[in-house]
Write a new protein. Structure first.
Length: 287
């Protein structure tokens, strides 16, 4: 059983909430903490705490991380599905230390896997503060789009942080849009969730309905695929790559660029068996 930390910008795209539900329903993982990043990390913390509580896991601390990218300004918008929370909700499992400090402590006590589901600011700050910890770590990154001419959201929100993480000596698995865009919830899956009777499914449904009022589409399971990759990497095919983050391009800032003939700095997903993954997600989160 892998001891993991989940670092998330939960509250915007609904896939972060689904990823957290999958992680807590996967016996292969022991979630030791959830950390929030980017923007209103306090509201993100409340969103995560509410879902964790609904799953009966208030023993898992939620630590608030960095709201501002390494360079630039934080976003001003409120997390989309914060409005789905009860007006008087205050999480009882919000940690009394910041995200980076909690990560540091947990790694020193044996945690070796971190799953990043948002901008990588917390992860970069940890590696800059304690670079000697990198060699102990396996980092599963939901981010980037190495085969596409776009700047993926998690990288573009803090390209410098992504650069720090990719250049670190940690073991890195990158799950990008190259594969996640194939993992879409069907109408039947959405309806199955809405008909679910458990407390956490009701919380997820409230989050989903609030999100769908804005997104007006079925969820794409970007982040849950990264969680699944942490314990079942055979759902995907991987290729060693040397990926660099474009930091200076006027139109390409945040792009991932694959360099040939260079020593690999990560393994990137190149294919996914999406039917197998969706079946796994269905069984663990929607049943």
């Amino acid at each position: 059983m892998a001891k993991v930390i989940i670092d998330t910008d939960i509250g915007d795209d609904i896939d972060d909430a689904f990823a957290l539900a999958l992680a807590l329903h996967s016996p292969e993982l022991e979630v030791k903490a959830v950390t929030t990043v980017y923007g209103d990390v306090h509201k993100r913390g409340a969103i995560a705490s509410r879902l964790i509580s609904a799953m009966g896991r208030e023993d898992i601390p939620v630590a608030l991380g960095c709201s501002t990218p390494l360079l630039g300004k934080p976003p001003s918008k409120e997390p989309i599905y914060f409005r789905a929370l009860e007006s008087n909700y205050a999480g009882r499992n919000i940690a009394d230390v910041d995200a980076v400090s909690l990560m540091e402590r947990l790694i020193e006590n044996g945690v070796t896997t971190i799953i990043t589901l948002g901008p990588m600011t917390n992860m970069a700050l940890l590696l800059l503060k304690r670079p000697e910890l990198a060699s102990r770590l396996k980092i599963i990154i939901m981010g980037g789009a190495w085969s596409m001419k776009i700047s993926e959201y998690n990288v573009s929100c803090d390209p410098e942080a992504a650069h720090v993480v990719l250049e670190s000596p940690a073991e890195k698995l990158l799950v990008g849009l190259d594969v996640t865009l194939r993992c879409v919830m069907s109408d039947e899956m959405v309806e199955r969730l809405r008909k679910g009777g458990s407390q956490y499914q009701r919380v997820l449904t409230r989050y989903l309905d609030e999100w769908m009022r804005v997104a007006n589409r079925n969820p794409i399971l970007h982040d849950p695929l990264a969680v699944a990759a942490s314990f079942n990497p055979n759902l995907l095919d991987w290729e060693p790559m040397n990926l660099k983050v474009e930091l200076r391009g006027e139109y390409t800032r945040g792009y991932l660029v694959r360099l040939s003939g260079k020593k690999p700095n990560c393994r990137a997903a190149v294919n996914v068996r999406e039917k197998d993954f969706l079946k796994l997600f269905n069984e663990r989160v929607l049943s």
